[in-house]
Design a binder for this molecule. Structure first.
Ligand SMILES: Nc1ncnc2c1ncn2[C@@H]1O[C@H](COP(=O)(O)OP(=O)(O)OP(=O)(O)O)[C@@H](O)[C@H]1O
Length: 574
């Protein structure tokens, strides 16, 4: 067990995310006055130990200390309470209440989508948490099912939003200038993807994506590369799945509005979702149904959304697309491209200095003369790194007995690439009442809405990237290139059988025919080589023939015996 400060002992890892590892831990002694919750010796807590690259970044440490009061005062029944912040040498850790229950991502994966009523009520509680944090000036910025823990106390399940402030802590010039960005592509708001100023409306967008995922089993913009996902956030309007009732879709659509000013405030979102839950439930009366149908009127935007403070000197951590890509029109022939460095963009025609009118992203790097592609574009590396991280953080459940993190977290040599954790699953250990049962759905929806298993998106090609040199933030490290694969031998064309049809029972038929042929040959040999023909000709019965054969053999043996006796006697007499 490893001590964290003088007050806590790490016991076992609970999971690992992009920003650190969460441990089950025990309080050794009562914390000091600087902690929000003093705690009692022996009490169990959860401790998120931030990654070393964060802890080694002076800017993060400063922000960690500066914002501790904000994080510690954030209390709400649907927010995981941060009890203490520990800074010890190069270790940064957040001490939190330990939540006994799965996170929402795991719950969805194991139980399938929720009913519209359950999804609305659950998201309404998350919206309550957002309303409280926004009014306190805190924007979450990384809302996703993995950051919602389901507290199983009292036989029910209460959604608890966690990881507040982590995105902001990770928002460091030294860290984000190179290959990292904060956020998860499937949940990133368009303005974040473009690097436009962000407000609390990014959390509402995240809530809309989460709500969509709760009722369908997957986020609306998923699959493909991270870059494609981000493009889809910018340009694609999701369609209403047939299982989503109209009033709920009205709410989702407004949350997913590309224009942040059209998205509802968190408070209005919570109210609207409760109205929808009441109006689409089995016991809804006509007034509730009418209220749900008019839910659009409840979705007024926030007149004064909380702004996400700019980080001086930092590239926007979520900026993964050019800032002018907001004017992107897929049909437009005119350029929305930035120039790529001093040489400008080289389009396919090689017009130096002229943007490729068809492209909306930075150009793909030119091929080297030997035909090998050059190193990936920094944005591609950045996005690949983010995607890897996203995939990793989506499968957090580590069987502690197999988890290499059971070893104490070791400092990594700066030149070594980070060890990738293979996704592992904890065996299900649920004893909670399913959310579907807590929030029953109307019958017609229950029929439509059989729990479906969440199909994990195909695993991406993982690309390794080098960890950042913490001491040299001014010199972005180039991502490590994966070793070039030797070209594959072309496969020989597959040999197909002459009879491409597969006949059931053909194998059995062949076996039978073979046996019949064997029997015929054996019968013929017996007929030819044994006295069977004579017996048949003489009209003998079976037992008679056998008796004859035995008699013949007996005579033959006795004749041999006699002959031997005579010759022996003759010899003796002479
Ligand atoms: N307060 C807590 N109590 C109990 N378990 C927790 C707590 N916080 C996190 N966990 C567990 O630890 C896992 C990892 O948490 P973490 O926040 O690092 O993951 P993540 O949200 O996927 O990562 P990130 O937000 O950094 O991308 C969670 O999925 C959850 O199972």
């Amino acid at each position: 067990m490893r001590p964290v400060g003088s007050k806590y002992l790490l016991e076992e890892p609970l999971g690992r995310g992009a920003t650190g590892t969460v441990w089950r831990a025990r309080q050794r002694e009562t914390a000091g006055a600087e902690a929000a919750v003093a705690g009692q010796p022996g009490e169990t807590v959860a401790i998120k130990v931030l990654k070393e690259e964060l802890a080694n970044d002076a800017d993060v440490v400063m922000r960690f200390l500066r914002e501790r009061s904000v994080l510690l005062r954030l209390t709400h029944p649907n927010i995981v309470r941060t009890r203490d912040l520990v800074v010890e040498g190069d270790l940064l850790a957040l001490v939190m209440d330990l939540i006994d229950g799965p996170d929402l991502h795991r719950y969805l994966r194991e139980n399938g989508p929720l009913t519209p009523v359950a999804a609305s009520l659950l998201t309404a509680q998350i919206a309550d948490a957002l309303a409280a944090s926004h009014s306190d000036g805190v924007v979450h910025r990384d809302l996703k099912p993995a950051n919602v823990l389901l507290d199983e106390r009292d036989g029910g399940m209460t959604p608890m939003l966690t990881d507040f402030g982590i995105a902001r802590l990770a928002d460091s010039p030294g860290l984000t200038r190179t290959h990292e960005f904060v956020g998860t592509p499937a949940y990133v708001a368009p303005e974040s993807a473009e690097g436009r100023p962000q407000t609390s409306a990014v959390d509402i967008y995240g809530a809309g994506i989460l709500l969509y995922e709760l009722v369908t089993g997957r986020p609306p913009f998923a699959g493909g590369t991270a870059l494609e996902v981000l493009h889809r956030h910018l340009s694609e309007e999701p369609r209403r799945p047939s299982t989503v009732p109209e009033p709920l879709w009205t709410v989702i659509e407004r949350c997913l509005s590309k224009d942040p000013d059209r998205r509802p405030s968190a408070e209005n979102l919570a109210r609207a979702l409760r109205t929808v839950a009441a109006g689409v439930g089995v016991h809804a009366n006509s007034a509730q149904i009418a209220a749900a149908e008019g839910v659009g009127a409840l979705l007024a935007p926030d007149p004064a959304p909380t702004a996400v403070p700019e980080t001086p000197g930092a590239a926007d951590p979520t900026q993964v697309l050019p800032s002018n890509a907001g004017s992107y029109d897929p049909a437009a022939a005119t350029s929305v491209l930035p120039q790529s460095g001093p040489g400008g963009n080289r389009g396919p025609g090689g017009n130096q200095g002229h943007a490729d009118p068809t492209a909306v992203m930075p150009p793909v790097p030119p091929q080297q003369p030997d035909g090998q592609p050059d190193s990936p574009h920094p944005w591609q590396s950045q996005l690949q790194a983010a995607r890897d991280r996203n995939e990793q953080t989506q499968v957090q459940y580590l069987d502690p007995s197999q988890d290499p993190l059971r070893r104490r977290p070791q400092r990594q040599a700066p030149q070594q690439p980070p060890q990738r954790q293979q996704p592992q699953q904890r065996p299900p250990q649920h004893r909670q009442q399913p959310l579907q049962q807590q929030y029953p759905a109307p019958q017609h929806q229950q029929q439509q809405h059989q729990p479906q298993r969440y199909q994990a998106p195909p695993q991406p090609q993982r690309q390794q990237y080098a960890p950042q040199q913490p001491q040299q933030p001014q010199q972005p490290q180039q991502p490590q290139q994966p070793a070039a694969r030797p070209p594959r031998e072309p496969r020989p064309p597959r040999q197909r059988s002459a009879n491409p049809m597969r006949i059931p029972g053909l194998g059995c038929l062949k076996g039978c025919l073979f046996t019949v042929v064997l029997l015929v040959i054996a019968g013929w040999l017996i007929w030819e080589l044994t006295p069977l023909q004579d017996w048949v000709a003489q009209g003998k019965g079976y037992w008679e023939a056998i008796g004859d054969a035995i008699g013949k053999v007996t005579d033959w043996i006795s004749q041999i015996g006699e002959a031997t006796g005579e010759s022996g006697g003759g010899t003796g007499g002479a």
